[in-house]
Design a protein around this ligand. Structure first.
Ligand code: NCD
Length: 336
């Protein structure tokens, strides 16, 4: 099987998903169609039974050795909805890595039993290393990156884009919208990843608000300057809130680089409050990959513009569709 070594595809289909940049607009939107179809199927008993026959007998391993609640459960539920069986390894401390086994030997063992390995790992690059290892050794298994270090989180980007796609579908789509990314843009892999997918759309205008200690890195900044119609930066959310079609909030990622301290006062200058949200357009949306801290107070959960709990649900369906795409059961779902 001649898999493209650059984008891990075979005849236009993803074999492995390790980088957000592997998604073209067309591919992402095809996956959204499958996600829409699957969630509709699941509203009836025969439909959900049909969905559950998609991947019966196939096994997924969730190799999640970095904290996770939502992404872990979302993949778990997505695999179950397709009828897959799942197993999990959630800590290196209780695996053979503690006996000195290399991570790649562990992964090779996982590949003996599983068709799909979903990986959340603290260091960047590990999912890609596994994907290359599988290709080099002709192991016909699949890898999905469920979040790697500070760097990339392709399935979060997919579900965030899916949320925006659904939201703006009847309002001219994502093209031309003004998107405000807020918070820890230096280390927030969710924001970094979403930005790469927004770059696939026409005329998007990007506003960035972050404390000075955690501004968007040079790599993403230069991509943004090339890809977007307009890029503005500030440390104060009030500067841009009234113009936004979507506000994407993130928390301070203090588990990385503990020497970088972001003072509470800096968080206050970007956190949402009822008074600040009052300046937002009536049809704007508020998003967050979760978990949140103080940047979105719970009182805003009742605001009709809040979409962060919908993102969680959209995430499960986007992952159903992605797994179906990678394991080749998407056309069966589309023809139901
Ligand atoms: C994000 C992550 O892990 O990067 N969360 C998630 O996957 N839903 C964002 C975060 O941890 O802040």
């Amino acid at each position: 099987m001649a898999v493209d070594q650059e984008d891990f595809t075979y005849r236009g289909r993803l074999v492995h998903l390790v980088h957000t940049r592997q998604f073209t607009r067309r591919l992402a939107e095809d996956i959204f169609d499958v996600a829409d179809r699957a969630r509709r199927l699941n509203t009836s008993r025969p439909g959900s039974a049909y969905l559950k026959e998609s991947l019966v007998g196939r096994l997924a391993l969730l190799y999640f050795v970095q904290p996770s609640t939502r992404t872990f459960l979302s993949f778990h539920a997505a695999a179950s909805l397709l009828g897959m069986s799942t197993a999990e390894v959630r800590s290196r401390e209780i695996s053979s890595e503690m006996k000195g086994e290399s991570a790649l030997d562990s992964v090779r063992t996982f590949a003996m039993y599983h068709d799909l390995i979903i990986i959340r790992y603290p260091e960047p690059g590990f999912s890609e290393q596994c994907a290359r290892f599988f290709l080099d050794n002709d192991l016909r298994r699949h890898v999905i990156n469920g979040g790697s270090g500070k760097d990339d989180h392709p399935t979060q980007a997919l579900l965030d884009l899916y949320t925006l796609h659904r939201e703006f579908y009847s309002r001219g789509g994502i093209d031309g919208k003004r998107i405000l990314l807020v918070g820890d843009l230096a280390r927030g892999r969710a924001a970094r990843s979403l930005l790469q997918l927004l770059a696939r759309y026409e005329g998007v205008r990007l506003d960035l608000v972050s404390p000075p200690q955690v501004k968007l890195g040079d790599d993403m900044m230069s991509l943004s300057r090339k890809a977007f119609e307009d890029v503005r930066e500030s440390e104060h959310i009030e500067d841009f809130l009234q113009d936004a079609d979507a506000v994407y909030m993130t928390r301070v990622q203090s588990e990385y680089d503990p020497h970088i301290e972001v003072p509470e006062s800096a968080i206050d200058s970007y956190g949402l409050t009822p008074a600040r949200v009052a300046t937002l357009k009536a049809d704007a949306v508020i998003m967050h990959p979760l978990p949140r801290r103080s940047e979105i107070p719970t009182i805003l959960d009742r605001d009709p513009r809040s979409r962060y709990w919908d993102q969680v649900e959209n995430g499960m369906w986007a992952r159903v569709a992605l797994i179906a795409h990678i394991l080749g059961s998407d056309s069966r779902i589309m023809s139901a």
